[in-house]
Design a protein around this ligand. Structure first.
Ligand SMILES: *Cc1c(COP(=O)(O)O)cnc(C)c1O
Length: 223
């Protein structure tokens, strides 16, 4: 089932779009099934859960951290994480930089933006991002690399609203690219779109989509 869902979704994606298979709350056996079908990029929301899965699954899996990250949990992911999608404060980026330095790594990160109507979703706004990128502290961070932006649309059936939010994230990306990253080819990722809206996200310029329930089935509990 998992592998069929996965291959079906992959067949609808342009080759340039990275599929992050969101496996949070799902058992290792489901991830192994997707792995055996050729998939290597998985997304998790909880640091200890990601660590536990990383320990028992094949080492060539690329683990993307997509959930809200507390500074005291960074240590569970830094040794092996491929990309952190959810940098939502200067403090968090600073703490990631510090832990990455201990492990002599440069960790790729996305800046998460608040684009939804709901107040509950985490993320920066454009001014906060500019403050971060202009700060002296940021200029001394040698163990993080900003590779783009991430956002979550409002949970709604209103397609026009969702599309508007994705367009806005694309605008933020273009603005930051021009202002800060014009000569930095690594700044190229727009992570947006989930099971219900990834096709809209791709139309609006997503380079990475994060799809969970459409691959692994509904989650039992709302984590
Ligand atoms: C859970 C989650 C997803 C995947 O959600 P689905 O609707 O199951 O595809 C994507 N992104 C983030 C940040 C998530 O927390």
């Amino acid at each position: 089932m998992v592998s069929e869902n996965l291959l079906k979704i992959k067949s609808t994606l342009p080759e340039s779009v990275t599929l992050v298979a969101v496996s949070k709350t799902k058992p290792v056996s489901d991830i192994q099934e997707a792995y055996d079908a050729g998939h290597r990029t998985f997304g998790e929301n909880y640091p200890q859960e990601m660590r536990d899965k990383h320990e028992v699954l094949p080492q060539d899996i690329q683990w993307h951290f997509i959930g809200h990250l507390q500074t005291n949990k960074i240590k569970y992911i830094i040794p092996y994480v491929t990309l952190i999608h959810s940098i939502d404060s200067a403090n968090l980026l600073e703490a990631v930089n510090k832990e990455a330095k201990k492990h002599e790594r440069v960790v790729d990160c996305l800046l998460q933006f608040h684009i939804a109507l709901e107040e509950t979703k985490f993320g920066l706004d454009l001014d906060e991002a500019r403050q971060l990128l202009d700060s002296e502290a940021f200029k001394t961070m040698e163990n993080v690399r900003i590779c783009g932006v991430m956002g979550m649309a409002t949970f709604t059936n209103d397609e026009a609203e969702v599309r508007k939010e994705f367009k806005y994230l694309k605008e933020i990306f273009d603005t930051l690219k021009t202002e800060y990253f014009a000569n930095q080819p690594q700044f190229k990722e727009i992570s947006m779109g989930m099971s219900e809206d990834y096709l809209i996200a791709i139309e609006e310029g997503a380079t990475m989509v994060r799809v969970g329930s459409k691959i692994f089935g509904a989650r039992n509990y709302n984590k």
